[in-house]
Write a protein that binds this ligand. Structure first.
Ligand SMILES: Cc1ncc(COP(=O)(O)O)c(C=O)c1O
Length: 416
């Protein structure tokens, strides 16, 4: 491949180039070499907690940064009471669960968390996964069959798409958040069991799923709906029950799926619903049956995080106040935040090379945002992703805005 490296993307290296599938394609290795300066922005080493101010390695040295890169939306990952709960569980339970939940990895703490999650969400039962990714993939692939069809929003997370692929069902896509496009997709696939798969908050665009209208359309076709609440659980809705609570559609959703890796500040995923469905799923979700259960130390921490997240609504209020402030200020600076209406905000740059150059400049100045490149987003929407949390002070947000104004606004004027 002799093309300009800046014109290539990860989508160009999917074909095998040698007889050995365990060897990376040489063209990929060459491309990575040519783009090493840009790739340096990935996998930065975090040297402290995922707090609003933290320390990462940049240019081979520790660098203090304002952290707009974290899913620690409510600040629970380093909440003192959560840490105490984890310490205590570590002392009494040791490190790992040392077995699949089916055979030996289930503890009384796991059962307690299942009960508390079910009660929180007003469902009969809940089951836990050792990752959010595994939870989504396991639930979709555990319930859908070859003769079914999964109908996914075209911005769906890969865990959902991979779940559909693993189930070997038919898949259809519809235009992001578009009820008319969903209606067309459902009409194309009549006569099969249909599952419409959407998200509470889209993780790259930071917009809410158009839940009410999409559910109306799905119901008019007799289709079921699955909502991925990874980014919305505990952080949205009056009581923290996610986007479904916020948009008052909880009673139209038979299964609730969320992660513990975002607002809970921990790790893992869960699904809550009827006893019968979960009893079945426990035997058919491969990431549940064939993978080690969450470490008890993590479960104990999540129990505390759930208690704090449900008893201190002021954390959610602070998160949303911060998000609204930051969003308004970015817009006043003329920065394109796409369709975001939440604490997840793309900062659209639209040109790959410029995005990586600016990314280095932002890190040098002490602002940590995530680079998001094609194919994770369309080419013309290449962006940084900024996540605001409840722990950012107004001074943190203003400092971040000053850095963004100094760095992005002159660059935008140059390209106008
Ligand atoms: C929408 C969505 N679903 C599922 C996941 C997977 O969750 P986890 O990181 O907990 O494995 C993510 C992760 O970012 C996500 O954004």
């Amino acid at each position: 491949m002799n093309e300009d490296p800046a014109k290539l993307s990860l989508s160009n290296f999917l074909a095998g180039e040698s007889n050995d599938p365990l060897q990376a394609p040489p063209s990929f290795t060459n491309w990575m070499r040519a783009c090493a300066w840009a790739a340096e922005l990935y996998e930065p080493e975090l040297l402290a907690t995922a707090d609003a101010h933290t320390m990462i390695t940049y240019g081979g040295k520790p660098r203090p940064v304002i952290n707009l890169c974290s899913y620690n939306y409510l600040g629970l990952a380093n909440h003192p009471e959560v840490l105490v709960a984890a310490h205590e569980a570590l002392r009494t339970r040791g490190l790992g669960a040392c077995g699949s939940p089916m055979l030996s990895g289930m503890t009384d703490l796991h059962r307690e968390l299942e009960r508390r999650v079910a009660k929180f969400l007003g469902r009969e039962d809940a089951m836990l996964f050792n990752s959010g990714f595994g939870g989504a993939l396991g639930t979709i692939s555990g319930l859908l069959r070859k003769t079914d069809v999964a109908i996914l929003d075209n911005r769906s997370h890969l865990s959902l798409r991979d779940g559909a692929v693993l189930s070997r069902c038919r898949t259809e896509k519809f235009e992001h958040n578009d009820p008319v496009s969903l209606d067309t997709a459902l009409s194309r696939q009549k006569g099969r069991r249909q599952l419409v798969i959407i998200e509470g908050i889209y993780s790259m665009d930071g917009d809410f799923g158009n839940l009410k209208e999409l559910i109306d359309v799905a119901e008019s076709h007799g289709a079921s709906v699955f909502i991925d609440e990874a980014h919305s659980m505990l952080a949205c809705g009056e009581h923290g029950r996610g986007a479904a609570e916020k948009f008052r559609v909880e009673d139209r959703i038979p299964l609730v799926y969320g992660t513990f890796s975002k607002a809970f500040g921990a790790l893992g995923g869960f699904v809550a619903g009827s006893k019968e469905t979960l009893q079945y799923l426990r035997f058919y979700a491969h990431p549940y049956v064939y993978s080690c259960a969450l470490p008890p130390v993590v479960v104990a921490a999540i129990l505390k995080a759930l208690e704090i997240g449900t008893s201190q609504p002021e954390l959610r209020a602070q998160l949303w106040e911060n998000a609204d402030y930051f969003h308004t200020q970015l817009q006043d600076l003329g920065i394109d935040t796409g369709a975001s209406t939440t604490y997840v905000m793309p900062i659209v740059i639209g040109d790959r090379e410029r995005m990586y150059r600016l990314g280095h400049e932002l890190r040098r100045r002490g602002l940590w945002v995530a680079p998001v490149d094609y194919p994770a987003v369309p080419q013309n929407r290449i962006c940084f992703r900024a996540c605001v949390t409840a722990k950012h002070t107004r001074a943190d947000l203003d400092e971040a805005l000053n850095i963004l104004a100094d760095t992005l606004v002159p660059a935008a004027l140059q390209h106008a």
